[in-house]
Design a protein around this ligand. Structure first.
Ligand SMILES: Cc1ncnc2c1ncn2[C@@H]1O[C@H](/C=C/CNC(=O)c2cc(-c3ccc(F)cc3)cc(O)c2O)[C@@H](O)[C@H]1O
Ligand SMILES: [Mg+2]
Length: 214
């Protein structure tokens, strides 16, 4: 049967990247997406903004929603200090399998816990299952209509602390209007928009960084 795009992306990593070298894995995926097949990774332009926010926050606990093939997982994990707890959530088994292989190819498997399941099911159990009280940094890049319900779950289950940073992809394209309206109007967040472009295109998109004020 025909391979899937994630499987073809994995092949490109295995062919063009150097095992244990995260930078080469990132470059191989970006090259594949620019020259072979577009894919919905955060990409190199928005990826640099992601890098700078992760570096600035220097988190001890990280949550990513929507692993997909693991591109942003590798971008984040390569910047984390030893001992950081990093959980990434993916409910499509095929995507999760490709992501595990790409994360492992980059040599970052010991820094990442990939959980297969739906974010709405996992979030209420994170404290119990992983012994995490609050997250310092959260990257939202899953179904766009799940951003708002999930941020409300973070609040409900006390997973945010004063200073927690949430970074959301695609707030313009495809767009997350309800989420944007919430974080920009809630007195509990201080939000800032980082203009950029949809991965591998000239289409406008951007990231929204929201600081939880407690
Ligand atoms: C509640 C729940 N729980 C667990 N995993 C979950 C989950 N909801 C989704 N997932 C997982 O995460 C990924 C899905 C990501 C969704 N991302 C996008 O749809 C997306 C789309 C574009 C795009 C832009 C313009 C176009 F013309 C076409 C596409 C760009 C992007 O950057 C995107 O992120 C995918 O691997 C899915 O299984
Ligand atoms: Mg995205």
């Amino acid at each position: 049967t025909r391979s899937t795009r994630p499987q073809r992306m994995l092949k490109a990593v295995q062919k063009n990247a150097i095992r244990g070298n995260p930078e080469s894995v990132i470059s191989a995926i970006d090259y594949f997406c620019k020259h072979s097949e577009w894919a919905m990774n955060v990409g190199d332009e928005k990826g640099c903004i992601l890098d700078s926010v992760v570096t600035e926050v220097d988190p001890s606990t990280v949550l990513e929603l929507g692993t997909y093939c693991g591109y942003s997982t590798v971008r984040i994990a390569r910047l984390l200090s030893p001992g950081t707890k990093f959980i990434t959530v993916e409910f499509n088994p095929a995507s999760a399998e490709v992501a595990r292989k790409i994360i492992a190819y980059a040599g970052l498997q010991d820094k990442v816990t990939l959980v297969e399941g739906a974010s709405g099911d996992l979030i209420p159990q994170i404290k119990k299952l992983y012994g995490i009280t609050t997250f310092d940094f959260i990257f939202l890049d899953h179904w766009k209509d799940r951003y708002l319900p999930d941020i409300k779950l973070f609040e409900e289950y006390g997973l945010l602390r004063k200073g927690s940073v949430l970074l959301a992809d695609n707030v313009i394209c495809p767009g997350t209007p309800e989420y944007l309206e919430y974080v920009r109007n809630s007195p509990r967040y201080e939000s800032r928009y980082y203009p950029s472009h949809l991965e591998y295109t000239k289409v406008e998109d951007g990231l929204e960084k929201s600081l939880f004020l407690g």
